[in-house]
Design a protein around this ligand. Sequence first.
Ligand SMILES: C[S@@+](CC[C@H](N)C(=O)[O-])C[C@H]1O[C@@H](n2cnc3c(N)ncnc32)[C@H](O)[C@@H]1O
Length: 242
Amino acid sequence: MRLSRLQKNFESLASADPLWTVLSAKDKKGGKWDPEEFYQSGEDCIRGLQERLQGIGIPMTGHSALDFGCGVGRLTFPLSRRFDLAIGIDISASMLEAARQNAHRGRHCKFILNTEKHLDCLDSQSLDFAYSDIVFQHIAPRYSKPYFREIARALKPGGTFVFQLPSHLIHGSPLGKRLNYAAKALLQTFGLGPAYFEMNAIPRDALISFLERQAGLVHVADWDYPAAGPNWQSYLYAFQKL
Ligand SMILES: C[S@@+](CC[C@H](N)C(=O)[O-])C[C@H]1O[C@@H](n2cnc3c(N)ncnc32)[C@H](O)[C@@H]1O
């Protein structure tokens, strides 16, 4: 999916139901998320991440952390309790508006709208930590790969980048999925059809090789991480900058 179409789809979904667009549980559609429960899930997620990283000797502390594809700040706010500054970047203005309305849930947060293919909004070697959960799965590899390079550029030497991404489909046909998305995109071109999520994957070995050879990162660990649902083999990856 082109970036402009991705932005329109997320904007349309987020303006109608931002919390469900972030965590799309069937029984929460139509504004049914309890905001306290929703934001607590972010704290639980970051606490789990912290324990995971402690297990491999990586502390989650430092000056600045990035939450790429921050949505309504579900993970940015818990990151802001562990770093001096948490920066949330998102492609949807409606998501960021909801994040700003909930600013009292975090400490020092900065939210940035970025609809570009690059991340010029981030200074080089400025981040201690970068995180992204349930985001890159929606971004076509021709865009996610340059974002990976950009995030690597923005990390300080020794900084850590943790993110989730599916590797491949376990159930269903990749060609079937492509055709389904192509049909949806065609309908949208004619002003028909609802907003939709597109799922993307990069095979695990190809991803590690890309990040090590072309982004100056070192693969530290990965874990099975079924955030993309039962049809996808998905991983949580940890990389560090040389
Ligand atoms: C499923 S939500 C997850 C939000 C957040 N990571 C969380 O777990 O609470 C995906 C988010 O990624 C954002 N997003 C999608 N493509 C993006 C891009 N190219 N750049 C920045 N944000 C993007 C969407 O607007 C949306 O807020």
